[in-house]
Write a protein that binds this ligand. Structure first.
Ligand code: PMT
Length: 221
């Protein structure tokens, strides 16, 4: 008995975690499984939306009725999201995007050498896709939703992040090695640029996904 409040709407969801290659066998990555983003994609389809899912390094089955675009790095994710966002009514960034990537890609496997210090790991910044989407809306009236993965001072960090990124809604979830990442459940507070604050109790990732769409739908004018 899903509501069809997204009927005729086009939405883009990013999911999973980017990987930044260091050499042919190693990368910098994170613990995102993609489950939260896939739950957003499934629930949006059930509510009538056309959904493009940009999936970074996930191993989950493709959700029925969803266009899935597979990516690896943050740069590839950015390109795919911007392309899909060109005709989207809403973009939800649930993917865990690497803030930094190795400054240099080493074409042969990095070797350890007897008696030598480990090589330094030099990093450079990746572009902030959510901030870019929020500042340069790809379509007039487009709704942009971000996620914030925090380990401490969850509320305060979330508010600051919402202001800095400029999105309409920010889903703030506390993360840890066994919290949010990879699990079936999540718990969050959804902060609105209008000052609103909606707590979402611990429960299935589907429930949080539904709540996000319930907050997004009335914003379409
Ligand atoms: O995939 P699961 O295992 O189900 O876990 C879900 C989750 C914990 C990964 C998810 O709920 C979540 O919190 N996703 C966002 C993770 C993240 O990258 O948070 P952040 O606080 O580092 O980034 C804030 C926002 O900016 C995010 O919307 C992120 O997509 C975006 N971002 C970040 C960096 C960057 N360079 N570009 C971005 O667009």
């Amino acid at each position: 008995s899903a509501v069809a409040d997204l009927a005729g709407r086009n939405v883009v969801v990013s999911a999973g975690g980017t990987r930044e290659p260091l050499d042919p066998v190693r990368y910098l990555g994170n613990r995102s499984s993609g489950k939260q983003g896939y739950a957003l994609a499934r629930t949006a389809v059930a509510r009538g939306a056309r959904v493009t899912l940009i999936a970074a390094n996930t191993t989950l089955p493709d959700p029925a009725g969803v266009d899935v675009v597979r990516v690896g790095t943050a740069a590839q994710l950015r390109e795919a999201v911007l392309k899909a966002a060109a005709d989207a009514d809403a973009v939800v960034m649930a993917a865990a995007v690497a803030d930094f990537r190795p400054a240099h890609y080493v074409t042969g496997k990095i070797k350890k050498k007897d008696g030598e210090e480990p090589p330094p790991l030099e990093l450079v910044r990746n572009p902030d896709i959510l901030a870019e989407l929020s500042t340069d809306r790809q379509r007039p009236g487009q709704i942009v939703v971000g996620f914030a993965a925090e380990t401490d001072d969850v509320q305060a960090n979330g508010r600051a992040k919402l202001a800095r990124k400029g999105c309409d809604l920010l889903v703030v979830n506390e993360v840890g090695e066994h919290k949010a990442f990879g699990s079936e459940e999540n718990e969050a507070v959804v902060l609105g640029a209008d000052g609103s604050e909606t707590p979402v109790p611990y429960g299935p990732k589907e429930d949080l996904a539904e709540l996000v769409w319930t907050l997004v739908a009335p914003k379409f004018s």
